[in-house]
Design a binder for this molecule. Structure first.
Ligand code: GRF
Length: 206
C-alpha cells in the first residue's frame, strides 16, 4: 500500500470456525496489505469467528436472526451495520445464510465468497462430500463475487488440489482449506488494488 492511502475496509460475515477470517486478519496485519477488517458480523452467538475478531481488536457483532421478523429485515440491519462501518468490500467466510437480493444490490460487485469446490461443480452445502461421492480426481477452492444465486457469481480465483484414493471428507477438506486461506487474501488484494473488473460472467484481472 502506498503510504498515506486509506486501506479498503472489509466487513467479514461468518457463522462458525472462522479460519478464513483468521487468514484475512493475518494478511491485513502485514503493513503492505491494502485492506483492514473493520467489522465482523456473525449470525451465531458462539461463532468462534467473533472471538478471533475480538482478539484482533476488531468490532465483533452478533446479529441474532431471532430478533428480526424476516430475512429482508435481517439483511436491512446488516446493510446498516456495513454502511456504518464504511465497509468497501463484504467478505463471506462461512456465512450460513443466503443474502437477500436487496443486500446483494446495495453492495453489488462488492461482495465476495469462498467456496470449497471448483465451481460451478458442487455448489451449496458439503461440497467436499459431493466431490468425493462424485469420484472426481481433482477438487479445489473458488473465490467469487456474489450474485443472487447460491455460489453462482463471477469467478475471481480458483486453485485445484488432487483427490487421493484414501481421502475422507476431513482430509480433502483440510487440503482445500489451505488453498482457501491463500486465495482469499489474494483476491482481496486484487480488489483493493482496483485490478478486478466484472464483465458479464467473467472477472478480468489487470
Ligand atoms: C469454508 O470451507 C468455506 O469455503 C465455506 O465455509 C467454510 C468456512 O470455514 N464457505 P471457516 O469458518 O472459514 O473456517
Amino acid at each position: 500500500m502506498t503510504s498515506g492511502a486509506t486501506p479498503l475496509g472489509l466487513g467479514v460475515l461468518a457463522s462458525g470456525r472462522g479460519s478464513n477470517l483468521q487468514a484475512i486478519l493475518e494478511a491485513c496485519a502485514r503493513p503492505d496489505f491494502p485492506a483492514r477488517v473493520v467489522v465482523v458480523v456473525a449470525d451465531r452467538e458462539r461463532a468462534p469467528a467473533l472471538e478471533h475478531a475480538r482478539q484482533h481488536r476488531v468490532p465483533a457483532i452478533w446479529l441474532n436472526p431471532k430478533d428480526f421478523g424476516d430475512r429482508a429485515a435481517y439483511d436491512e440491519a446488516l446493510r446498516r451495520l456495513l454502511d456504518e462501518h464504511r465497509v468497501g468490500l463484504v467478505c463471506l467466510a462461512g456465512f450460513m445464510r443466503i443474502l437477500t437480493p436487496g443486500l446483494v444490490r446495495a453492495y453489488a460487485g462488492r461482495i465476495m465468497n469462498v467456496h470449497p469446490s471448483l465451481l460451478p461443480a458442487f455448489p451449496g452445502l458439503a461440497a467436499q462430500r459431493q466431490a468425493l461421492e462424485h469420484g472426481v480426481r481433482v477438487a479445489g477452492a473458488t473465490v467469487h463475487f456474489v450474485d443472487d444465486g447460491v455460489d453462482t457469481g463471477p469467478i475471481i480465483l480458483q486453485a485445484s488440489v488432487p483427490v487421493h484414493p484414501d481421502d475422507t471428507e476431513e482430509t480433502l477438506s483440510a487440503r482445500i482449506l489451505l488453498e482457501e486461506h491463500r486465495l482469499y487474501p489474494d483476491a482481496i488484494r486484487l480488489f483493493a488494488e482496483g485490478r478486478l473488473t466484472i464483465a458479464g460472467r467473467k472477472v478480468l484481472i489487470r
